[in-house]
Design a protein around this ligand. Structure first.
Ligand SMILES: Cc1cc2nc3c(=O)[nH]c(=O)nc-3n(C[C@H](O)[C@H](O)[C@H](O)COP(=O)(O)OP(=O)(O)OC[C@H]3O[C@@H](n4cnc5c(N)ncnc54)[C@H](O)[C@@H]3O)c2cc1C
Length: 329
């Protein structure tokens, strides 16, 4: 990975790498947006735990996987990004379960499952994110959803406590996961800022008090050859229907109940609509592609333009699935 100069943290007993003023365009699939004040890529889980124990509790923290559902505004993110990809990479069988750490990519998980004669995890191949991001989003496709397969998760609190939780401790829905707290109100990932809860996540303004670091998944034993074939078919389907040659973040909007965001956007004649270097894809109307050095502002303005136009023409309110954080330029 091509990153800015790392600062070693060996003086404090850390083994990971700290990058300052790191352009987040290097870490998000839109290849656009501002810088993070700090990016910490831990060496492993124990190192991340050690890092969090030393991090002031008022530091804004956000976990990032492959950045395939994320945009950091051009003014940047004031705080520390915890980079899980390339760091929390353990993937193994643990009895009848697959144990996968937060930084494991979906495609690797799907192939690992198939090679262990397990079925039902083929859909993970279509999600270009990590286990952590898939847990945070309840990512899914072709009828499968991440949390359908989860038996337990492993989390780290921002104070560095390692815990296990069950799905019953979360409210889980379509691209929606929130932890149900003892106090009765819910809190889940996103960003926690020094001033309290930041307004900067469009769909997700809740504070963050813990991060997913691993999960135990239960898949069924089955026909490995059929699973492999299915993985191949799903990948072909994807490249036929999605503009994968251009930087994008998958579906921009959630599907409204009983309808499809892509259909509404297309019916409103918005395919090809452009703001700066950002364009509504001609191939898939719910994708916004970076066609020519788009800024985060271009992308966010185009999201808003599409949302407003669909609402005024159809009366349907679209809600972004992508997460937007950071300061405006
Ligand atoms: C071409 C393309 C196709 C896509 N297709 C699909 C699809 O079919 N179905 C689907 O659901 N999604 C799809 N997506 C969107 C995206 O891949 C998923 O939302 C994925 O789960 C995001 O994972 P990530 O690791 O990239 O998360 P990131 O984008 O890095 O982060 C997304 C959110 O998750 C949070 N997060 C990340 N890691 C953690 C963690 N360890 N603990 C707590 N919070 C965390 C972040 O803070 C952020 O709020 C697609 C994206 C692309 C680019």
């Amino acid at each position: 990975m091509n990153m800015s100069e790392p600062t070693q943290f060996s003086a404090t007993g850390l083994r990971g790498e700290m990058f300052r003023d790191e352009p987040m365009s290097r870490h998000v699939s839109w290849r656009a947006g501002g810088a993070a004040q700090r990016v910490y890529q831990p060496a492993d889980l124990a190192d991340l735990q050690h890092f969090l124990r030393q991090t002031p509790t008022d530091e804004s923290l956000i976990a990032v996987g492959l950045g395939s559902n994320l945009l950091v505004r051009d003014g940047g993110f004031r705080g520390t990004v915890l980079l899980m990809v390339g760091a929390l990479t353990e993937l193994r069988m643990d009895g009848q379960y697959i144990y996968a750490q937060a930084g494991v990519p979906g495609a690797k998980l799907a192939r690992f499952a198939a090679s262990n004669n397990l079925c039902g995890g083929e859909f993970f191949v279509g999600i270009p994110g990590t286990v952590g991001g898939m847990l945070a989003m309840n990512a899914g496709c072709y009828g499968g959803e991440t949390w359908q397969k989860v038996r337990r998760v492993q989390v780290l609190t921002r104070r560095g406590e390692l815990m296990e939780r069950t799905p019953q401790e979360y409210e889980i829905g379509y691209r929606h996961v929130k932890r149900i707290q003892d106090s009765g109100f819910m809190i889940r990932d996103g960003v926690r800022s020094a001033e309290g809860v930041t307004e900067s996540c469009i769909p997700h303004p809740e504070a963050c008090d813990e991060f997913f670091v691993g999960a135990w998944l239960k898949l069924e034993t089955g026909d490995v050859e059929a699973a492999r074939k299915e993985i191949k078919t799903l990948m072909e389907k994807r490249s036929a229907s999605q503009p994968l040659q251009l930087p994008n973040a998958g579906s921009v909007f959630r599907n409204p109940p009983g309808s499809h965001a892509a259909k509404l956007i297309e019916e409103c004649g918005l395919k090809g609509r452009r703001v700066g270097g950002a364009q509504v894809s001609e191939k898939h109307a719910n994708f916004i592609v970076n066609v020519d050095k788009a800024t985060a502002t271009d992308i966010e303005n185009l999201i808003e333009e599409v949302r407003a136009e669909v609402e005024s023409k159809t009366g349907v309110q679209l809600h972004p699935e992508v997460r937007i954080i950071g300061e405006r330029a």
